[in-house]
Design a protein around this ligand. Structure first.
Ligand SMILES: Cc1cc2nc3c(=O)[nH]c(=O)nc-3n(C[C@H](O)[C@H](O)[C@H](O)COP(=O)(O)O)c2cc1C
Length: 193
């Protein structure tokens, strides 16, 4: 088998019992073998400060290098006030700068939003997509992944316990794997021309 693609997974919550983190682990658990997914932590990052761009703090530089190494990116996020939590936006900003040297550029991506509410964090999902357009991260469009009722789909150990959600996320990860392959193949053939 060929080497699986390195996928960075970014969780937009620092909460210990975060539903988004549980969902990220469930997504990793059902992913096809063509992908090797790893949660890339963001809680250690300082607040982005443009004054530090030329000489960024060590955690920011290490984070950006990890993003750079990833071949694809998957965001699993809750919604805060109908948008993306600040911790996730901060991480995105850190790896995006200096201007013209973004580590996100061209990496195929996916967005899974998670909420205990019924709307499934739709607002966060689409605010995040707005940034991804600018960052030139082609994000999987279908299936969309708005995971609602998050307080009811995990068991006491944190494992996903809802079969219909498991079926859905398996289909999602199969589609995401195809999306990653398609985009990286396109990039390889563009380089070869
Ligand atoms: C500051 C804040 C704002 C929130 N705003 C929203 C919101 O706009 N939409 C929503 O569905 N849930 C909202 N919630 C509830 C979160 O969905 C809930 O706390 C969820 O468990 C957070 O995700 P996590 O479990 O991954 O930490 C908000 C929570 C906080 C702390």
């Amino acid at each position: 088998m060929t080497t699986p693609y390195d996928v960075g997974v970014f969780v937009g919550s620092l909460r210990k019992e975060s539903f988004s983190r549980k969902m990220a682990k469930a997504l990793i658990g059902v992913a096809p073998a063509t992908l090797k997914l790893e949660i890339v932590e963001i809680g250690q990052l300082p607040l982005y400060n443009q004054d530090d761009e030329a000489n960024p703090p060590a955690p920011s530089a290490a984070f950006k290098a990890r993003v750079r190494k990833a071949q694809a990116v998957l965001f699993v996020t809750p919604e805060y006030n109908r948008s993306v939590p600040g911790v996730l936006k901060n991480a995105i900003d850190i790896a995006s700068r200096p201007y013209g040297d973004s580590a996100w550029n061209g990496k195929p991506g996916g967005v899974v939003s998670v909420s205990p509410g019924v709307i499934g964090a739709f607002g966060a999902n689409h605010h995040l997509r707005q940034s991804l357009v600018f960052l030139n991260v082609p994000a999987l469009q279908q299936p969309e992944a708005y995971i609602g009722n998050a307080a009811k789909i995990f068991d006491a150990s944190g494992a996903l316990s809802d079969d219909s959600v498991r079926d859905f996320i398996r289909k999602y990860m199969d589609a995401f794997a195809k999306w990653v392959e398609l985009n990286l193949a396109k990039q390889r053939s563009a380089v070869a021309v």
